[in-house]
Design a protein around this ligand. Structure first.
Ligand code: UDP
Length: 460
């Protein structure tokens, strides 16, 4: 190994352990971060569950350590089930992770080599396990800085009576303590008391994971969330915050997709007019009813707009696109099961993005210079849609309340793709793309944060 500075004498500890929580939107940024650290000279060990396990053959330079989780296959379908799933991952992995980590540390040179663990902020129990064994733990949160402020503010918002929201009429109230959110945009603004309590516990655990961490890593960049990042730093006094996003632009192309990406759609996009195509995707977890799917499809068909639709198997619980849709859109639409989304959103042929508003999607849309139509479903998606529409002013939020209606969809698509207002949104999205490019360029804010992160890890 390399010689260290005179102050500490020993060899530099240059192995980073990572433990993503096994959902696509969390796996991608963790692997991108790992790629970045690997480029900077760190060896990488990926701890992972059997549930949604990564494919080691696609990352030949990393070491992989499976951790027995005993979880059934298949993603949880509801908010409550997802939260329970996250708790179950924490508790069932605790003992096996302790054993695997101890074995790694006790192997020859192990303890001298390991610099830290970077875990998803939802894996508090596993961060505790690492600390108990003398390994510093950093937290990666894969949402926005604004969303994390929402996490931190939740107990106060409950005290003040914003949450749980009990009446429909409350939902449009502005949250004075957390602008520009309205009550409907908040995390934990859910139906049942049980669900509310579960979500509050989830958020409190993530905040604790971050507060007790040796460093907090966020997939965002300063020009996108300057005020929220500054407030986060202030509230987390003592914990260094590293805004290293957009990770997908800093790190070698992601090969951490759980589903096979259909790359043929890139050739199809090459043949389309600039900024003419609406790209549609609702991410890896969101689901919709067969009714909503049909309304979405007819809205898009009736808009006359060319489109590329990444229609994940299972999105509509087995329902297919309506009869007649293929014929009605013949020659101007392509439907694939799963797309290379980062590349699609960076493609010149794409002029708009209909998204569920997951943070990775919102970030990939903004960094692709593409205005968005957001139809949020749960979690941080409502808050992200609020930022897209109200702060970035680079898109339109579709009401997430009732069922979709084809006329409303058609009108929104026209507004986004073929109106002066839509062009202005596209202009602002392209402005965000430029800001993102500056952030990751030599001397840019994210590049400097990565340098600081590397030095920080070496100093632990
Ligand atoms: N994604 C993809 N192909 C698709 C749809 C999505 O590769 O057809 C990727 C997308 O690029 C993003 C991730 O899946 O990185 C979804 O994360 P996001 O936070 O947007 O939503 P989630 O799936 O967590 O709800």
């Amino acid at each position: 190994g390399e010689a260290n500075t005179a102050t500490t004498g020993g060899p530099r500890r240059r192995r980073v352990l990572v433990f993503p929580i096994p959902y696509q939107g969390h796996i991608n940024p963790m692997f991108q971060l790992a790629g970045l650290l690997h480029e900077r000279g760190f060896a990488v060990t990926v701890f992972h569950t059997h549930f949604n396990a990564p494919d080691p053959s696609r990352h030949p330079t990393y070491d992989f350590v499976p951790v027995l989780d005993g979880l059934p296959a298949g993603s949880p379908g509801t908010v409550a089930a997802t939260v329970e799933h996250i708790f179950a991952i924490n508790s069932s992995c605790e003992a096996p992770f302790r054993e695997r980590l101890a074995a790694l540390l006790e192997a020859p040179g192990g303890r001298d080599e390991v610099a830290c663990l970077v875990a998803d902020a939802h894996l508090l129990t596993l961060m505790d396990v690492a600390r108990q064994q003398g390994v510093p733990a950093l937290a990666l949160r894969t949402g926005s800085a604004a969303c994390f402020r929402n996490f931190m503010a939740t107990p106060m918002l409950c005290d003040k009576g914003y949450l749980p929201a009990s009446a429909e009429s409350q939902l449009d109230a502005l949250v004075r303590e957390l602008p520009p959110y309205r009550v409907r945009d908040l995390m934990a603004v859910t139906g049942s008391r049980h669900e509310h309590d579960l979500v509050c516990k989830l958020l409190a655990r993530a905040v604790e994971a971050v507060r007790t961490s040796a460093g907090f890593i966020l997939n965002t960049f300063d020009a996108l969330e300057a005020a929220d990042l500054a407030a986060t730093r202030r509230d987390l006094a003592g914990v260094p915050v590293f805004d290293v996003g957009p990770l997908h632009k800093l790190s070698p192309a992601s090969s951490s997709s759980l589903l096979q990406q259909d790359r043929s759609c890139l050739d199809w996009l090459d043949a389309q007019a600039p900024a003419s195509v609406l790209y549609i995707s609702f991410g890896s977890l969101a689901s919709m009813s067969g009714e909503d799917l049909a309304e979405a499809a007819w809205g898009v068909a009736n808009s006359g707009q060319p489109f590329l639709w990444a229609l994940r198997p299972g999105l509509a619980r087995g329902a297919a696109l309506p009869d007649g849709f293929a014929a009605a859109t013949e020659g101007r639409g392509l439907v694939v099961g799963w797309a290379p989304q980062e590349e699609v959103l960076a493609h010149a042929g794409v002029g708009g993005f209909w998204t569920h508003g997951g943070w990775n999607s919102a970030l990939e849309g903004a960094c692709g210079g593409v205005p968005m139509l957001c139809r949020p479903c749960f979690g941080d998606q409502m808050g992200n849609a609020r930022y897209v529409e109200h702060v970035w002013r680079a898109g339109i939020a579709l009401d997430c309340g009732g069922v979709l209606e084809r006329g409303a969809v058609e009108a929104a698509v026209r507004r986004l793709m073929r109106s002066e207002e839509g062009d202005e949104m596209r202009g602002r999205a392209r402005e965000l793309r430029s800001r993102a490019a500056e952030a990751i360029a030599e001397g840019g804010s994210s590049r400097r944060s990565v340098d600081k992160l590397v030095n920080h890890i070496l100093s632990l």
